[in-house]
Design a protein around this ligand. Structure first.
Ligand code: PRP
Length: 202
């Protein structure tokens, strides 16, 4: 792809995000690379699901920007639904405790389900949700994740579609938050230590 085309993304440059950009130590994955990767994932999914109508399922809230872009990068008919899980403390989560706060509105029995996640960290959330969905007898169940943190993985889950491996650091943007902010950054960046240290001191 030519340099000109690469630069012609719809997003503002990082510095346009003012106070949010000031909290970023460095950009790890620029917006245009993310866009290109999402388009490639959409192409792959469109080929694999040709002649079918997969149901894309996302977990609120971090998945929203990725889901919106992925949906428009898929050229076969798709349907979409969302789940929400309660936020537990890191300690409770490490024990595999996940509580469903919002269930699906569509039945999945006999459906080709593609589970879409913004990030997989320990794998505990996904593991719990996949186990729950399997009991409902989908025709198939695959996983598509944009960002994969390999380091702290407690549970190994086969990922059919993967965007990027990311380091085990506090990364934000593209749906990933710190205290609910930074989700609207179109790139993925490393949060400055002073941002989360200041938060701890508050
Ligand atoms: C993130 C992400 C996954 C989960 C992954 O959600 O969207 O659902 O964490 O972590 P795990 O692999 O360690 O289980 P988060 O709880 O941050 O909520 P959010 O989507 O509302 O930001």
């Amino acid at each position: 792809m030519s340099k000109r085309k690469r630069d012609a993304g719809p997003w503002y440059p990082p510095e346009a995000y003012g106070e949010l950009a000031e909290g970023i130590q460095r950009v790890l994955i620029p917006a245009d690379r993310i866009q290109e990767r999402v388009l490639a994932l959409g192409r792959e999914i469109s080929v694999d699901y040709a002649g079918r109508c997969p149901l894309l399922i996302g977990v609120l809230k971090g998945v929203v920007p990725f889901m919106a872009d992925l949906l428009r990068a898929i050229t076969v008919p798709v349907e979409v639904d969302y789940m929400a899980v309660a936020s537990y403390s890191a300690e409770a989560r490490n024990k595999g405790m996940v509580r469903l706060e919002k269930d699906l509105s569509l039945p999945i029995t006999g459906r080709d389900v593609l589970f879409v996640e913004d990030i997989i960290d320990t794998g505990l959330t996904l593991n719990y949700l996949l186990r729950t969905l399997r009991t409902r007898d989908p025709a198939s169940l695959e996983v598509c994740v944009l960002f994969n943190k390999e380091q702290p993985r407690l549970i190994n889950i086969p990922l059919k579609y993967k965007g990027f491996d990311v380091p085990d650091l506090l990364v934000v943007g593209c749906g990933l938050d710190f205290r609910e902010r930074y989700r609207n950054l179109p790139f993925v960046g490393l949060l400055k230590p002073e941002v989360f240290q200041a938060d701890v001191e508050d």
